[in-house]
Write a protein that binds this ligand. Sequence first.
Ligand SMILES: Nc1ncnc2c1ncn2[C@@H]1O[C@H](COP(=O)(O)OP(=O)(O)OP(=O)(O)O)[C@@H](O)[C@H]1O
Length: 255
Amino acid sequence: MIAAQGLQKLYASGQGLKMVSFSIRPGEFVGILGHSGAGKTTLMRLLAGSIFPTGGRLEVLGCNLAAARRKDLLDMRRRIATVYQNFNVVPSLDVARNVMLGQLGRRSLLNSARSLFWLADQDRRTIMELLAELGIAEKMYSPCQELSGGQQQRVAIARAVFSDAALVLADEPIASVDPATATLIMEQFRTMQQQGKTVILNLHQVSSAVSYCSRLITLQQGRIVYDGPPDGFEATEAYSQLIGEGKRIGAGCDE
Ligand SMILES: Nc1ncnc2c1ncn2[C@@H]1O[C@H](COP(=O)(O)OP(=O)(O)OP(=O)(O)O)[C@@H](O)[C@H]1O
């Protein structure tokens, strides 16, 4: 599913991601942890194919990013659902249509265009159920611009669930929501994993990562300092450093 070998993404500042190697199998639920500036977003953007390595090798869904043709990249991106901190919803479209966008590019062009105007009964039912699970069913036909940040984040999650993507990437998906909403969202990621999707989240909330993820990768100054199961993570040096630094700089750890 994903293989990184000596993967490097260095910015002009010399910061970024430095020689990381790992592989991720289909169906894993991975939490990427690390202090602010550790390289988490850089790694997520590399995995999404929105930036390219400056060294090493990265293969995502069978696509070698260093040598990919445009068509291969587009195919790869079509199989990935992304959830970003800024929600990436279309403000003027209603919630149902924003969720439908998750299927854009996965259906024929005609079908995609038609479904943005007219929701088929099956799609309508599925979207309604999803929104109900996320506690925003009553917003189904409201334009996204009328939703709060937390509600927009739930729309972005619903779109990822609805997308049928093989790989789900989320950059701090629970950074700006209340604890109850965070639980709803993390439960949805768990459901996605149970459906066979590979889920990779960049998180500041260490306890959520430990509770939900099947594997944790911790970055420090662009390098991996822990890669393993959540069991036992709290006894490691990587954990102590994460929590200690989190408290000192208030980086949003929830411990
Ligand atoms: N476009 C860029 N140009 C130059 N340096 C960058 C760029 N993007 C990130 N960096 C630097 O690379 C390092 C890693 O940044 P990155 O955004 O990946 O960290 P992060 O772990 O996601 O941080 P945060 O938790 O604060 O979002 C940081 O030192 C950052 O300043």
